[in-house]
Design a protein around this ligand. Structure first.
Ligand SMILES: C[S@@+](CC[C@H](N)C(=O)[O-])C[C@H]1O[C@@H](n2cnc3c(N)ncnc32)[C@H](O)[C@@H]1O
Length: 236
């Protein structure tokens, strides 16, 4: 693929290279998400990690805005790697960014340690076969986390990679609902959860030895879905 085949997302002087099929909404939410992280930050974070990073719109914005000194990224999709390399090059981030390809936290070196974790992970646990968008997204890596397998593995394992008092900010879609309607006017739910996602997440956070802090709305999607940042912390 030629350089011209990459799309470029801009945030002030930052240029993030991506392909549309790798954008899981990060190009839309990175601005408000990072604003939220900045409002909550009481210090510059030494190392930030973006889980399920894709092209890393969020992570690179954190780095460009000086919210963190170093950035670590991972995703299961190897196609993201080319985009990340170009973004590092184009913005002079060499030596400040590391990235890994693989399933969930297995991608990370065992000795990786973070002060801040952010993510816009797959947000839906059971896509409804009767929803009009089902065929389009059933095999897409971006929305799907069947039975929250990925979230469960993340909260079970991330504690081993956290420094004391580390902060986790994870973007979730309508976590307080068991049915998510996209768009709101659609009669069939898009995601059919056995219970409100937040109940599962809070259990996972506690089981992982972390402390749940809160869940705060930060962005209203064009299709009517409300996005929340779910915050938790490692013990100080
Ligand atoms: C909603 S998209 C978000 C992508 C990007 N962070 C953004 O904001 O646009 C979710 C991402 O999770 C990744 N993903 C899905 N399953 C995964 C797994 N088992 N391990 C690691 N990453 C995974 C997908 O490849 C995709 O990049």
């Amino acid at each position: 693929m030629e350089r011209s085949d990459y799309a470029v997302w801009r945030h002030r002087d930052l240029r993030v290279f991506y392909r549309p099929e790798l954008d899981g909404g990060g190009s839309t939410i990175a601005g408000p998400f990072v604003q939220f992280v900045r409002r909550r930050a009481t210090r510059t974070y030494r190392v930030a990690y973006e889980w399920c990073a894709g092209p890393a719109f969020i992570g690179f914005t954190l780095l460009a805005e000086g919210v963190c000194d170093q950035l670590c990224l991972s995703d299961v999709n190897p196609a993201a790697g080319d985009c990340l390399a170009r973004t590092v090059d184009a913005n002079g981030f060499s030596g400040r960014v590391s990235w890994y390809t693989g399933d969930n936290l297995d991608a990370l070196p065992g000795d990786a340690r973070f002060d801040l974790v952010v993510a816009n992970p797959p947000n839906f646990s059971a896509l409804n076969p009767r929803h009009p968008r089902y065929e389009l997204y059933r095999d897409d890596l971006r929305p799907n986390d069947p039975d929250w397998r990925l979230h469960r593995g993340f909260y079970a394992g991330i504690g081993a990679h956290l420094r004391a008092g580390a902060v986790l900010h994870i973007s979730e879609v309508e976590p307080h609902r068991d049915r998510v309607f996209i768009p709101r006017s659609e009669a069939e739910p898009y995601d059919v959860r056995p219970r409100p996602a937040i109940d599962d997440f809070v259990d996972m956070i506690a089981a992982g030895g972390l402390r749940y802090v809160d869940s705060v709305p930060y962005f209203a999607g064009a299709d009517g879905a409300e996005l929340f940042v779910m915050t938790s912390r490692s013990p100080s």
